[in-house]
Structures are given as C-alpha cells and as structure tokens.
Write a protein that binds this ligand. Structure first.
Ligand SMILES: Nc1ncnc2c1ncn2[C@@H]1O[C@H](COP(=O)(O)OP(=O)(O)OP(=O)(O)O)[C@@H](O)[C@H]1O
Length: 261
C-alpha cells in the first residue's frame, strides 16, 4: 500500500526502547518503532507476544493495571507522552478494542456523553459533530432515524463502527486499533476495514491484527513480534511489502507463510 500524500495534522509516534513489566513478569522487551502520520502500522505475531501491551502503553492504559511498569520513551511529535495530562493524552490517542463496547445509552448519547465530558457546549454543536463522525464511518444513513434508540440494538458490525466514530468524535490524531475486525462476521469486518482504510489519511494508526491478509491489504509498515524468554520481542519491521516479500528474519518468513505461529 502506498503512503498517503494528503496533508495531515496527525502526530508521529516514536517509540524508543519501550519495555513493559506486569509486576515481576516482563511482557515486552525494549521496542523501538516509528508510526507515521497518514499511515497504518500493523503489529502482528502470535498470541502473548506483547502487541496489545505495546498499544496500551501508548495511551497509558497500562497505568490502569496495578504493578505495571513502562520504561523507555514514547514521543508524540517529539513531545514526551509523560508531559501530557492523561485525559488529554487519551483524547489525542484514541483506542478501539476487539469487542464493540458501546455505552448502554442511546446512539446519540454515546457521542453527547463524551463530548460533554470534554466540555463541548451546546446541543447543536454536539449534534453536528455526531453527524460528521457517523458519516465518516458510513453509519449516518443507517441510524439517522433512530438516534434515540439504544446503541445496543445495533448489529455487531454497526456497534464497532459506532465505537470507531465515538473515538473520532473527540478529534484524536492517533488511533490505536486492537483487532478491530476479529469479533465481526466477514461482511461487517470488510465494511469496518474499508472505513479504516479511508480514515488512514487523516490519522496515525497503529493496529494489532492476527489477520495477515488484512495486514498486507491495509498497512504501510509491518511490525512482527515474537516470544523470547517469555516476553514479546519486535523481530522485524519495515515497509509491509518488503517484509512480506523479502523478510530479513527467517521466523518472519515462516510466520508469513503460515509455517509457524
Ligand atoms: N493486565 C495484565 N496483567 C498481567 N499480565 C498481563 C496483562 N495483560 C497482558 N499480560 C501479559 O503480557 C503478555 C503479553 O500479552 P499481550 O496481551 O500484550 O499479548 P498479545 O500479543 O496482544 O496477545 P493476543 O494476540 O493474544 O492479544 C502476556 O504474557 C500476558 O499474559
């Protein structure tokens, strides 16, 4: 996939020797990686090799795990992640999880609630932003006549697009997507994937996926993780086409061919 040339205000994410422990257990060996604006960086590798842990470190969700420790440096457009108040960091760096998790509220309030929390005043402005993001994930026409119904009445695929839109409504620059399609049926997964592809021009996207075909279709950069001494290790990263077609590491080659992992 070629890189976008569209202007974007999304920031670069630069990870320098980022490592994570949960209590005494090391989960991630030092990891250095750059995620660029307007691109999708896919994190792949077998279960338990620290992909979700790395995503969670970027917006400090790891802080919520008692005993967790994150070392190394995470820079957001050159500024230390630590210099941002956590609520501001999580507004800049939005996250979507594997299982859709709409609030048990109306479709409208799934947007108005976070907007109010972030001091967006005026119902008309909140409605305007809600419509914009629902359009950007192709959901507006499907829900415009039922905004006051529960978001839980939507299908799984619609719920996941709602969650993506709910993240977008706070105007982040970075999207962390943790297996966003893997809990969906194939048609819904394809629709969500198409919208992620469209969004990439405006954001810096880090996406965990177990679906290597999806990583190949969607990503610009591929980062391959593996288990080493009980913790995740980044074994190879680079332009997606090059990593698939000419992997430097034999483990990557076998993994991409489905021989291991
Ligand atoms: N909240 C937690 N508390 C303690 N250990 C954790 C926690 N979350 C993850 N771990 C451990 O950290 C290691 C990496 O897990 P992580 O979920 O990041 O891997 P992953 O590559 O994303 O796996 P998967 O592909 O299955 O989601 C594993 O050994 C896991 O057991």
């Amino acid at each position: 996939m070629t890189s976008s040339t569209s202007p974007t205000t999304a920031p670069e994410i630069r990870l320098d020797r980022v490592r994570v422990h949960y209590g005494r257990d090391k989960a991630l060996h030092p990891t250095s990686l750059v995620a660029r604006p307007g691109e999708i960086t896919a994190l792949v590798g077998p279960s338990g090799c620290g992909k979700s842990t790395l995503l969670s470190a970027v917006n400090r969700m790891t802080d919520l795990v008692p005993g967790s420790r994150v070392g190394g440096t995470i820079l957001i457009d050159g500024m230390s992640q630590q210099s941002f108040p956590v609520s501001r960091l999580r507004q800049i760096v939005g996250m979507v999880f594997q299982h859709p998790n709409p609030f048990p509220l109306s479709i409208r309030d799934n947007f108005h609630f976070p907007l109010k929390e972030h001091s967006v005043r005026g119902r008309a402005e909140r409605d305007r932003r809600t419509r914009l993001v629902l359009e950007s994930v192709g959901l507006w026409d499907e829900v415009r006549d039922r905004l006051d119904r529960s978001a839980l009445q939507l299908s799984g695929g619609q719920q996941q697009r709602l969650c993506l839109a709910r993240t977008l409504v706070l105007e982040p620059g970075v999207l962390l997507l943790d297996e966003p399609c893997s809990a969906l049926d194939p048609i819904s997964a394809q629709i969500v994937e198409e919208h992620i592809h469209k969004l990439r021009e405006q954001y810096t996207i880090l996406m965990v996926t177990h679906n290597l075909s999806q990583a190949r279709r969607l990503s610009d950069t591929l980062a391959v993780f593996w288990q080493e001494n009980g913790a995740g290790r980044l074994i190879e990263s680079g332009p997606t086409g090059s990593v698939f077609d000419a992997p430097a590491n034999p483990i990557t080659r076998d993994y991409c061919m489905g021989v291991v992992g």
